[in-house]
Design a protein around this ligand. Sequence first.
Ligand SMILES: [Zn+2]
Length: 125
Amino acid sequence: MKTSGRGLVGVIVSAAVALVLVFVFVNGSGVFGGKQAPERADKQGKTVIGKTMLAAKDSVCIQQIAEVRQMIQVATDPVEEKRPANLTEAHVTGALSKCPIGHEDYVYDPETGEVHCQHPGHEKY
Ligand SMILES: [Zn+2]
């Protein structure tokens, strides 16, 4: 009984150690003085993996805005240069009208026809 009890504790301890290692790996919190990727403007993604995935979403945002700009151009009257009053009028709806990271609605200025992302770090997209 006692032996098997100790065995179980051993398993639990090794499982706990494994969990801590996974935690440190996933969070990359620099516990061991490891090098950290530069902080993002939106303070998201504390890990290298997280930052890599967010960087991929950054480029999705760039692509989406490019697409939205095209759709606005298509929806703009070529003769009178009358731009759509809002993104819905340009048929920009759903996921395409929002930042893929923060889900902030894209800001559209009907005066200039400019579209921008409000997400921190995406202002220049
Ligand atoms: Zn964005």
